[in-house]
Design a protein around this ligand. Structure first.
Ligand code: SAH
Length: 350
């Protein structure tokens, strides 16, 4: 049975017509769903026969909220969500003065193999469907009884390795009939799957594209990111320029600073040379330390120096504040530690 969150308005209209109903019923059903009603019986203006027909064909299942962990340091809330097939994912909520922001996952696990990342340790389990990506926003929104206004696709998974589902998600989440979250308030982060960056640019969305660069040269990048064996930095930057030309949107480059690996002054200067003059912004991320590897965080002085050098190249730089360090907020950490405790207790399924 198909989840209605996989449908665009057009698609549901077609279904309505094929089933002898007026197309405008699709709009009515969607307004209930995106208001937070996820049972057909709760849709007051839908007739009983149509409710039965809908129930025979669709569900509006949301994942189960397994646990919510709240950081005592900064209030970040991490949601551990469980799907019907037993798979778990994480979504992180950050409440700011300007609104609620959510970091969502696009896959269970990840195939990209970045050395510093906890999500990828056991590879990719499966892609999330459009409804599963969307349902993270809906579930958390229903849970906190407040609107979410910003989305970052920076949880587990590589969004451009689940391209079709992610594109449909972007369409529905930003549509007026959907969650109506402005595309300018959505950021998609990728390790740099070049052909898909071109495809995304041609969609003419106004989302922000973030590229996980993490090194200034292919040689260095290959040491920490296997995807660098497939696409060069030169190819990524050409694709980024195409994206900027098409969308007029500024690109974000993410750079996780790892002690002794990519945090030297010469790295900063080389990165400055590489990016100067481009419509971009660099987000420095002090690496989140995970127990499965020995990548360590750069010192504060080192991060500040790195940032200053980039600024001298005329590049706008921000340093990401560490969020939720007490609740395993780094990608994939919570799911892993939860699964480990479950395994210890002899049960793999939540
Ligand atoms: N696959 C996508 C999006 C998910 S990861 C991507 O690669 O961009 C979101 C961001 O977190 C990426 O920039 C990723 O490189 C970074 N990241 C992953 N593990 C990290 C860690 N332990 N510390 C800091 N940043 C990390």
């Amino acid at each position: 049975m198909n989840n209605l969150l996989n449908y665009t308005l057009e698609e549901l209209k077609v279904w309505m017509k094929e089933n002898g109903e007026s197309a405008f019923r699709a709009q009515q059903v969607f307004s209930w769903i995106y208001k937070g009603v996820n049972e057909f019986e709760g849709m007051k203006n839908i007739s009983k026969p149509l409710v039965s027909k809908l129930k025979e064909n669709f569900n509006i299942d949301l994942p189960k909220v397994i646990e919510v962990y709240k950081s005592e340091i900064d209030g970040t809330e991490k949601f551990l969500l469980g799907f019907e097939d037993g798979n778990l994912i994480e979504s992180v909520l950050m409440r700011y003065k300007h609104g609620n922001s959510i970091c969502i996952s696009t896959q269970v696990g990840c195939a990209m193999g970045c050395k510093f990342c906890a999500s990828t340790i056991e590879g990719k389990v499966r892609n999330l469907t459009t409804s599963e990506i969307l349902s993270q926003v809906l579930t958390v929104q229903n849970f906190i009884k407040d609107r979410i206004s910003n989305i970052v696709l920076m949880g587990s998974g590589e969004p451009l390795d689940n391209y079709d589902n992610v594109i449909k998600f972007l369409e529905v989440v930003s549509a007026e009939y959907g969650l109506n979250i402005g595309q300018r308030h959505i950021t998609l982060s990728t390790c740099g799957i070049v052909p898909k960056i071109y495809e995304l640019a041609d969609k003419d969305f106004s989302i922000t594209l973030a590229i996980s660069l993490h090194a200034f040269s292919d040689e260095k990048r290959k040491e920490i990111m296997p995807i660098a064996n497939k696409y060069s930095i030169k190819e990524i930057l050409e694709a980024c320029k195409y994206y900027i030309d098409k969308t007029n949107r500024r690109i974000t480059f993410e750079y996780a600073l790892v002690k002794g690996v990519n945090d030297g002054k010469e790295d900063a200067r080389a990165l400055g040379n590489l990016l100067k003059g481009m419509l971009c912004h660099v987000n420095l991320i002090p690496v989140n330390e995970i127990k499965e590897n020995d990548f360590r965080r750069s010192s504060k002085k080192c991060i500040d120096d790195f940032s200053e050098i980039l600024k001298n190249y005329g590049i706008e730089v921000t340093t990401r504040r560490e969020m939720g360090s007490d609740i395993n907020a780094a990608c994939g950490q919570l799911r892993r530690s939860y699964m480990e405790t479950q395994e210890l207790e002899g049960s793999k399924k939540w």
